[in-house]
Ligand binder design. Sequence first.
Ligand SMILES: [Zn+2]
Length: 290
Amino acid sequence: MTLVSMKDMLLQALKGNYAVGQFNLNNLEFTQAILQAAQEEQAPVILGVSEAYIPYMGGLPCIAGMVKALIEHYGITVPVALHLDHGSTYEVCIRALHAGFTSVMIDASHHSLEFNIDVTQRVTQAAHVIGATVEAELGRITGREDDLVVDDADGMYAVSEDCVALVNATGIDCLAPALGSVHGPYRGQPKLGFERMEEIQKLTGLPLVLHGGSGLPDAEIRRAIELGTSKINVNTDNQMACTATIRRFLNENPQAYDPRNYLIPAREAIMASVQAKIRLFGSSGKAGGS
Ligand SMILES: [Zn+2]
């Protein structure tokens, strides 16, 4: 199957009361594991690429080419969207779309609302011309954004009126309101703003996105889905599964030198981690819609 945008998969998820997982690409093995996990679960899937990983993985055309080639090689039939995660500028969003990405996030959440609306509007206009989807953010999701550590503060929760203004002015396809979730490992108990989540979903009518989906209790994930969260981003849990497997193997086999000896079990661990999330999110078996 060729790459698709997030539009249909998120609208179906919103209607069917489940969420589609966004799993971030870190390298070749992550891409293989995530695609095969989605196929095994017969689930729609979103492959996320954050800006810091673009040079790490050899540039946008390399990433898009790798994804397309693997879809063909493995005979993947479930819907797959290739999505730029936390694009910081208009330019990087356009470059991703030009390289073949089918979806972009423009994250101008650390700028003024006016600037956020302006740049999100321009990205959305361009993306919609070619049938690609756009996600935008309001408020600040704390923790680790790529290599930047954003510190916690209560005032960083998204404001409902701002969300309505952004959605109405831009025509975005989904919205990530910051409501207390955190990138990277959680320190202490997370406090998700469920009331605000419900209000924002009702006021905007859009599928909502939950960033920082790693390490949240299952009950909070289910609650978020009930309130209209249709896309949940996961990376840290998969990274931890991968690295723990490699660490264990190398500790037990200090003489090993062939990377396949630890990368194959690492890939299997990532695949198992992704499949568990897909089941938790309720998107297993939803490849054909709800
Ligand atoms: Zn994020």
